[in-house]
Every structure is written in structure tokens, then in C-alpha cells.
Design a protein around this ligand. Structure first.
Ligand code: BG6
Length: 491
């Protein structure tokens, strides 16, 4: 039987899109599995006037596809309460406080409290401050703060926000969500690396030629132009998700598999990332914006996007770690909207054998290819390793073959979704899969340099066709180093 976690979850932004689409279904899964059961309550709050009955109806609707057991759904929803709340009005916190205390008694929550802020980022600091000043924190159980992205829009604003949060919560009470860290195959990176001598022994610049991380999306900005145009792919995907993935790939082995040790190694890795000067930033990063294609609009014609927007919908870049393990081995990253397909993968390209004994002129054998370990993050979950082997024809010819493991579709479907894992981690108090402040700070310092250069240089947009893998410059970035992306179109 799973351990039942007791807690009150105070959700600011309780009627929001994220809550309805992701958080309530995730909580329901935890309820189904018994991770939360009798001793939990959720208070949803927002500016809207909604009563408990209406709120429960919303919750029931949002989880309806998870189960056909109506009674179970109704029991789950009975733990949900709603309080209309203006986060800037102090009097409203008094109402929240008494509701929290009432539910704490009713459900015997032992003073355990999770404050989850899923609102516009300009309110993060205000809410955290008022939680403390208006005495919503408990003195007996745990107090944890969960905060959604974006965490600032540069190092300076992120620091300000962090100072505001730290005035109310200690670092180990703050859980900064990066939903990529809740993905099965991202968590698997550590198992693959530290559970296998054959990889970890070779996981360095002596044997690895380069590492490639691709986060491709098929959709455009859809209804999020207001947010996206102010952010762009660099802030939206690179500063957080890609930097987190890269740090897991680059870090040293943690002393133990626990949050403090893992975070310490990730921070060390990120701190050894070379922060580029102007010349390096402009040559090692390229950006793109999608053009029109068929019935699809170009980015600048999307609703809510200024006609002269220079916001990038694509980024590719080369990262260099100045440390003993990685010096000289580049990490290439790319992400973008309206690309060929929706997928995430990591390709670790090993060096070719120093001598190719099969390549004597009359052999007719193709040259040996590099071994590539591909980690399929999504939609498929698994990995493959290409190795050179002799083919079975007459004569002696080598060819690359692939050792491949893909999770079957049933298990992939049953894999817990990121929010289920992450909410569970918050209830357990396990910060492993959340971004710590030093990690976020290092990632911003790196990204700010790229942004600074881009803000003063005029891009030639639009520059890539929807359905492609981004602008030509992304291929040139690798070609310049006599390399190419492992994943190419039409593979
Ligand atoms: C979010 C970004 O963090 O991640 C979105 O804001 C992006 O722009 C999304 O679409 C991608 O997440 P996933 O899990 O669908 O790959």
C-alpha cells in the first residue's frame, strides 16, 4: 500500500487552465493510487465568484476521463473547497486562514501545508509575502511553496523574485516546477548514466565527440501569443527545460541519489558552462521565426503577435563546459515551434575508433560510423545504441546496426505524467526534480548573454518553413565544426 500523504493544498489560480488540464487530473491519479486519500483537502482560489458545488463540478469534469467510477470521482471532489480571493487584498487572507484552519481540523492534516501558485508571474512575490505576513504558515507541520514558470525573465528579475520568496520560505521549502523534470525518460538519464559502467566509464571528452539535445514541437504559438511574444524560445524552453536536461547529462556522479547531492552536482555543471562574450554568443547561437505555409500563418500574422515582432520561435546553440570532463566536447541544443514533428530526444555521439582497420582501399567496406546512444524522451520512451557490425553478405563489410529498447505503448500510456510525479514529490518533500535557485541563476546568466546580443542585432525573419527542422543556420552551426545533427528530416 502506498504511504498516504497528509496535506492541505492551497492552490492560487484554482480555476486556471493549468489546474483544470493538468493539476486536478494529476491529484486524482494520486487519489486513485492511495497516495492521497482521506486526509487531504484542496482550497482553490481565484478572483471569480464560484461556490464549492460549482468548483467541485469543475474538478469532476476535469478528471472525468481518468475513471468511469463516478462515486470515486465524487468522493475525490468532495475534498475541494473554493475561496474567492484577490491576492492584493489583505482582508482576503484572513478568510483563507480560517478556511485553512477549519479544514486542517476536519481532515486531521497535522498542520501540513502546500501553497501552490499557478498564476501570472507578477503575483508570485506578493502571494508569497502575504502567506507569511498574514500568518497562513503553520507552526506544527510542513510548509512548502510550489511555483510555476516563468521564474523571472532575466537574472536580475529572477533574483528579485527569489529574494521575495526567500523572505517567506527557506530554499528547501521552495519547489520550482520544471515539468520536464517530471518526465519518465528525463529521470531515466541518471539511471542510464550511473547504473551502467559501459556508459559512465566513457561519459567524457575522451570518448564522446558531441551531445545533441532536441526539443521539437509541431504546433505554433496557438492561443499563447501574449505570453510567448514576450518570451521567445530562448526564455521559454532553453533557460529552463534544456538547461536542466543538459545539466543532468553533464553533471558528475552525485555522492548519493538524493536531492541535495544531485542538485549540488547540477549546479557545479552549470557553473562550469562557458558564459559567452558578444562574439561567441553571436557565432554559437542561431535563431529562427516560422514563415507561412499552406493554410498556416507566419508567426508575425498570428493573433496577438505584433507585425514586426522579432521574437524567436526557434533556437539552436552550442554549449561548452569548461571542466575536466567536458572540455572540447560541445553540447548542441535546438528547440522550436512548427517543426517537422513533436518529439524530444538526446543523441550522444561517441568518437569513432582512432584507427579503421577495415577501410583498406580494396575492401569496399564503408567507413566505420560513430556509436550513437539515443535517449528517446517523447513520444516514444526508450533508447538505442548504434554499433558497427559485420553484415552477413559475402566479403567483409561493416554496417551500423541498432540495439534498441522502446517501452511498449501500454506501459508508456500507464507511465505517470509529470504533474502526478511532481505533486507527489512535493508531498514527500523531495526536491530532486525541481530547479534550485543556484541552478536557475546560472541558467539565466548564460541565457542573458545570448539575449543581450540578440536584442541589438536585427534578425532576418521569417527564416524557416513550418514542417522543417528550423533555419539552415542551425545545420551550418554543426557543419562549421564538421558535424551534423543525428536526427534529420525523413528518418
Ligand atoms: C512549456 C512551454 O514550458 O513547454 C511551451 O511554455 C511548450 O511553449 C511546452 O509548448 C512543451 O512541453 P511538452 O511537455 O509538451 O514538451
Amino acid at each position: 500500500m502506498p504511504t498516504e500523504r497528509r496535506s492541505l493544498i492551497m492552490l492560487f489560480g484554482g480555476t486556471g487552465d493549468l489546474a483544470i488540464r493538468k493539476l486536478y487530473p494529476a491529484m486524482f491519479k494520486l487519489y486513485q493510487k492511495g497516495n492521497i486519500r482521506d486526509h487531504f483537502a484542496v482550497i482553490g482560489s481565484s478572483r471569480y465568484k464560484v461556490d464549492d458545488a460549482k468548483f467541485r463540478e469543475m474538478v469532476e469534469k476535469s478528471v472525468a476521463k481518468e475513471s468511469s467510477d463516478k462515486k470515486l470521482i465524487a468522493n475525490f471532489a468532495s475534498h475541494f473547497y473554493f475561496v474567492t480571493h484577490d491576492v492584493t487584498d489583505l482582508a482576503h487572507y484572513a478568510v483563507l486562514k480560517s478556511k485553512i484552519e477549519e479544514l486542517d481540523k476536519k481532515y486531521e492534516l497535522q498542520g501540513n501545508r502546500v501553497f501552490y501558485i499557478s498564476m501570472a508571474p507578477n503575483f508570485f512575490g506578493t502571494v508569497a509575502k502575504n502567506i507569511k505576513n498574514q500568518n497562513l504558515l503553520s507552526s506544527d507541520g510542513f510548509n512548502r511553496l510550489v511555483i510555476e514558470k516563468p521564474f523571472g525573465r532575466d537574472f536580475e528579475s529572477a533574483s528579485e523574485l527569489n529574494n521575495e520568496l526567500s523572505a517567506a520560505f527557506d530554499e528547501n521549502q521552495i519547489f520550482r516546477i520544471d515539468h520536464y523534470l517530471g518526465k519518465e525518460m528525463i529521470q531515466n538519464i541518471e539511471a542510464i548514466r550511473f547504473g551502467n559502467t559501459i556508459f559512465e566509464a566513457l561519459w567524457n571528452n575522451r570518448y564522446i565527440d558531441n551531445v545533441q539535445v532536441t526539443l521539437a514541437e509541431k504546433l505554433g504559438v496557438e492561443e499563447r501569443a501574449g505570453y510567448y511574444d514576450n518570451s521567445g524560445a530562448l526564455r521559454d524552453m532553453v533557460q529552463n527545460h534544456i538547461m536542466q536536461i543538459v545539466s543532468l547529462l553533464a553533471m558528475e556522479q552525485p555522492v548519493a541519489f538524493k536531492d541535495t547531492d544531485i542538485r549540488a552536482e547540477k549546479v557545479k555543471a552549470l557553473r562550469s558552462l562557458r558564459v559567452y562574450n558578444v562574439a561567441e554568443a553571436s557565432s554559437n547561437f542561431v535563431r529562427g521565426q516560422y514563415a507561412a505555409m499552406g493554410n498556416g500563418k507566419e508567426y508575425r500574422q498570428e493573433d496577438g503577435v505584433p507585425k514586426d515582432s522579432n521574437t524567436e520561435t526557434f533556437v539552436a546553440g552550442k554549449l561548452m563546459f569548461d571542466n575536466y570532463r567536458w572540455s572540447g566536447t560541445p553540447f548542441y541544443i535546438r528547440t522550436g515551434k512548427k517543426l517537422a514533428d513533436k518529439f524530444t530526444r538526446v543523441d550522444v555521439v561517441f568518437k569513432k575508433p582512432l584507427v579503421d582497420i577495415f577501410a583498406f582501399p580494396q575492401s569496399g567496406s564503408a567507413p566505420l560510423t560513430a556509436n550513437v546512444l539515443t535517449i528517446f524522451i517523447e513520444p516514444n520512451q526508450g533508447f538505442s545504441l548504434t554499433v558497427n557490425a559485420k553484415n552477413s553478405e559475402q566479403g567483409f563489410h561493416t554496417e551500423p546496426v541498432s540495439l534498441k529498447f522502446l517501452e511498449d505503448s501500454k506501459r508508456t500510456k500507464e507511465t505517470p505524467q509529470p504533474y502526478e510525479r511532481l505533486i507527489h514529490d512535493v508531498l514527500k518533500g523531495d526536491g530532486t526534480n525541481f530547479a534550485s535557485w543556484p541552478e536557475v541563476a546560472s541558467a539565466w546568466k548564460f541565457v542573458d548573454q545570448i539575449r543581450r546580443v540578440w536584442d541589438i542585432q536585427q534578425p532576418m525573419f521569417p527564416n524557416y518553413i513550418p514542417g522543417s527542422m528550423g533555419p539552415v543556420s542551425a545545420d551550418e552551426l554543426l557543419a562549421r565544426d564538421h558535424r551534423e545533427w543525428v536526427y534529420k528530416l525523413n528518418q
